[in-house]
Design a protein around this ligand. Structure first.
Ligand code: EPS
Length: 358
């Protein structure tokens, strides 16, 4: 499976091409609605107030409601692409932003919003992910879902999947939502931004997906998740907490009744174990903020930069559906590769139950 996106945040449209999806999968423009709305701006006062309908047009690869096996092209027209930042950033580099590295690389400047580096691009990742989620659910009963695991200094005190879709943060602890709202209100008024952590979990992934050395499932997941705007860290399973663990604690012991833990995040040796596949990402605080920052302009002269546009005080708040999409796309790709080499998805040994014991 290959996926690419095109378009700029302030250009006429954004789009993607999903190539390699098997034929016969039922898909219609309205199937993209739910996930695109989960990711969209303007759904609460805690995100950017840009208003986009995010209406998907299917340009190719689908006939009479089913995928044909040919490249699927999706298009979303931009409708609210205006910015207060053009003049401010036309010749200056926003500190912490990709403006500087794009300019060093290409030697050209397109000050219309973030262009390709804008989080707007992630809309099409979510759209592509809808196809992967559907295919995975239909073929193997796989679900991919995520939640916000930390918002700045806040961490959930209890965990309930049912709470996640009931608040604008994807937060699994309903009792803490008011606390988060007031934290974000104060932060937004201060003109600053904050980092976050998102965790994604895929259930019902069969054992055996992933390549053992090159193209490891965890390696591909890490690359895909790291390619999301603002991601600065990726963990699989216990991730960096393993630094302080002993082998006797970290290894997931097996019994005929199942694994006794899932520190590995459902992947051993680059291959899925049959347990839940778990990955977390860290998103940096948004670099476009109202607090003046020192920088340089295209001539190397010192300047001060303030970004006044419609920016997210925490990009992590909208990142849950994006991370789910990237995990779903990687899993679909690995499923197809596994099928190509090893035949249809199957289990050689009787499956060790893949329960997650926290
Ligand atoms: C973004 C800046 C803002 C956000 C945008 C991401 O764009 P604008 O200045 O045009 O309002 O609104 O997010 C989206 C449009 C979206 O759909 O996610 C940035 O610089 O990353």
């Amino acid at each position: 499976l290959t996926v690419t996106t095109f378009g700029e945040s302030h250009g006429p449209a954004i789009g993607c091409v999903v190539d390699g999806c098997p034929p016969g999968l039922a898909i219609a423009p309205e199937d993209f609605r739910a996930d695109l709305d989960r990711r969209a701006t303007g759904k609460s006062r805690h995100t950017s107030q840009r208003r986009e309908a995010d209406e998907v047009e299917i340009l190719s690869g689908v006939f009479e409601g089913r995928t044909t096996g040919t490249p699927i092209a999706l298009l979303i027209r931009n409708t609210d692409q205006r910015s207060k930042d053009y003049a401010e950033i036309a010749e200056r580099f926003r500190p912490g932003h990709a403006d500087y590295t794009y300019w060093q690389k290409y030697g050209l400047r397109d000050p219309r919003g973030g262009g390709r580096s804008s989080a707007r691009e992630t809309t099409m990742r979510v759209a592509a992910g809808v196809i992967a989620k559907r295919w995975l659910a239909e073929k193997s009963g796989i679900t991919v879902r995520g939640y916000l695991a930390a918002l700045g200094p806040h961490q959930p005190r209890t965990f309930d999947w049912a709470a996640v879709e009931e608040n604008p943060f994807f937060w699994p602890d309903a009792a803490m939502v008011a606390e988060l709202e007031s934290f974000m209100d104060k932060l937004r008024k201060s003109g600053d931004s904050i980092g976050a952590r998102v965790t994604v979990v895929a259930d019902n992934v069969p054992p055996g997906w992933g390549e053992p050395i090159y193209g490891k499932l965890d390696g591909e997941l890490a690359a895909a998740l790291m390619s999301i705007n603002a991601v600065k860290g990726v963990e699989i399973g216990d991730g960096f907490a393993a630094v302080e663990q002993r082998g006797s604690e970290h290894r997931d012991e097996m019994t005929p009744e199942g694994f006794l833990s899932n520190h590995a995040g459902g992947i051993l040796g680059g291959i899925s174990t049959g347990q839940a596949v778990i990955a977390s990402i860290v998103l940096k605080p948004t670099s476009s903020i109202l607090i003046p920052g020192r920088s340089v302009n295209v001539r190397g002269e010192p300047v001060e930069v303030v970004t006044k546009g419609r920016h997210d005080p925490c990009v992590g708040i909208r990142a849950t559906p994006i991370a789910e999409a990237m995990m779903a796309l990687v899993l679909m790709d690995q499923a197809l590769r596994h099928r190509a080499q090893c035949g249809d998805v199957g289990e050689i040994l009787p499956k060790i139950p893949g329960k997650t014991v926290k």
